[in-house]
Design a protein around this ligand. Structure first.
Ligand SMILES: NC(=O)c1ccc[n+]([C@@H]2O[C@H](COP(=O)([O-])OP(=O)(O)OC[C@H]3O[C@@H](n4cnc5c(N)ncnc54)[C@H](OP(=O)(O)O)[C@@H]3O)[C@@H](O)[C@H]2O)c1
Length: 313
C-alpha cells in the first residue's frame, strides 16, 4: 500500500496533540476523487477541532486528519466521478471528511471546482472554505440583493475579506467592522463604510441593515439586533441567533455550516480569473510547519488567509 505523510490528532487538546504521521494513501470510492495536495489553508475550525470544541467532529471520528480546504492535482478518480481526470488542476473543501493536511486528500467529486488559473497555487488553496462560507452566508442564507445594506462583522479575516468583495459585486451597500491595519485593508477591498470597532460602537455608525453577516458571535451578535431593520436578517457562522429577538425585531435569524459546493467554487474561480475578486494571503508556511500556521491564526488579527505549501518541507 502506498503511504503518505499527514498531520493528525488521536485525541483532543493543545498544539501538542497534532502529530505528523505516515498513513496509507486512501483509495477513491465511486463518487470520490483523490487529489495530490499542493496547498491547504489554515481555518479556525482546525483549531476548534484539535481542541475538541467543534461539535461535528467527536471522538468517534478519531484519529482525524486536520485541514479542510486545498488546491491540488487530480491523481485518481472513482468509477462514478468521470467529470474529473488525472492531471486536472482543482481546488475544494472536504466538509467534515478527513483532512487536507496530507500529501493526498479524498473528496467528493461534487465538492471540487477547477482552480482559478490567474493566481498561484498558494492563493488558490486559500479560497475554498472561506469563500464558500462568505458566498453561502450572503446569498444562500442572507438572500442579499443589489441596493441592500449589509453589515459584515470581521471584514478583514479569511471569510470577511471574501464577503466584502462578493457583497460589492452583488451591488450592495457594504458596512464593515475591522480594527488596526484591517481598516485600510477592508477599504482597499471596496467597503463603503468602515467602522473601527475598537474605537466606536458599530450601532452608532450602521442602521437599518437588510442583513447583518456575523463572523464574531457572542456580544457582537447580541448587539447587532439594534441595527437590523424590520424584514431584515441576521445570519451567523457562530452561535445560533435568538429566535425570540428575531421575532421581536420582525426579522429572520439563522446559523449555518458551510457546505462543499463545486458549482459555487467554479463561479468564485471565474470571479477571481476575471479580476473581480482578489485573494489575500497574509502568510505561507511549509508542510512541516503546520503547527506554526495554526499558531499564527490562533494569535488573531489575521488579514486574509494563512496558507500551507505542501510541496515544501
Ligand atoms: N459555520 C461555518 O461553516 C464557518 C465557516 C467558516 C468560518 N466560521 C467561523 O467564522 C469565524 C470567522 O472565520 P475566519 O476564517 O474569517 O477567521 P479569521 O480569518 O481568524 O478572522 C477573524 C477576524 O475577526 C476579527 N475580529 C475579531 N474580533 C472582532 C470583533 N469584535 N469585531 C470585528 N472583527 C473582529 C479579527 O481582526 P482583529 O481582531 O484584528 O480586529 C480577524 O480579522 C470563525 O469563528 C470561524 O470559526 C464558521
Amino acid at each position: 500500500m502506498r503511504q503518505m505523510f499527514a498531520y493528525r490528532i488521536h485525541e483532543f487538546g493543545g498544539p501538542e496533540v497534532l502529530k505528523r504521521q505516515k498513513i496509507d494513501v486512501p483509495m477513491p470510492a465511486d463518487h470520490e476523487v483523490l487529489v495530490r495536495v499542493r496547498t491547504a489553508s489554515a481555518n479556525p475550525v482546525d483549531i476548534k477541532t484539535r481542541a475538541g470544541k467543534y461539535p461535528l467532529i467527536g471522538t468517534d471520528k478519531l484519529p482525524y486528519t486536520l485541514g479542510r480546504d486545498f488546491s491540488g492535482v487530480v491523481e485518481a478518480v472513482g468509477n462514478a466521478a468521470l467529470q474529473w481526470k488525472a492531471g486536472d488542476e482543482v481546488y475544494g473543501f472536504v466538509g467534515q471528511g478527513q483532512g487536507a493536511y496530507a500529501e493526498f486528500v479524498l473528496v467528493d467529486a461534487s465538492a471540487l471546482g477547477r482552480r482559478p488559473t490567474t493566481v498561484d497555487w498558494t492563493a488558490a488553496g486559500a479560497v475554498p472554505l472561506a469563500a464558500l462560507t462568505a458566498w453561502q452566508g450572503l446569498f444562500d442564507h442572507g438572500y442579499l440583493n443589489a441596493g441592500e445594506r449589509v453589515l459584515i462583522h470581521a471584514g478583514a479575516g479569511g471569510v470577511g475579506h471574501f464577503a466584502v468583495q462578493f457583497a460589492k459585486i452583488r451591488g450592495a451597500q457594504v458596512f464593515v467592522t475591522a480594527s488596526g491595519e484591517g481598516i485600510q485593508f477592508v477599504r482597499g477591498l471596496g467597503a463603503d463604510h468602515v467602522i473601527d470597532y475598537s474605537q466606536q460602537r458599530f450601532e452608532d455608525a450602521a442602521r437599518d441593515m437588510d442583513l447583518v453577516f456575523d463572523l464574531v458571535g457572542g456580544e457582537t451578535q447580541q448587539r447587532s439586533w439594534a441595527v437590523v431593520k424590520s424584514g431584515g436578517a441576521l445570519i451567523s457562522t457562530l452561535n445560533e441567533p435568538s429566535q425570540i429577538e428575531a421575532t421581536s425585531h420582525g426579522a429572520r435569524a439563522a446559523r449555518y455550516t458551510a457546505r462543499p459546493v463545486g458549482k459555487q467554487l467554479a463561479e468564485i474561480g471565474r470571479l477571481i480569473d476575471e479580476g473581480r475578486a482578489n485573494v489575500k494571503v497574509t502568510a505561507t508556511f511549509p508542510f512541516d510547519a503546520i503547527p506554526d500556521a495554526l499558531a499564527t491564526l490562533e494569535k488573531g488579527h489575521v488579514r486574509g488567509k494563512v496558507v500551507v505549501d505542501m510541496t515544501k518541507s
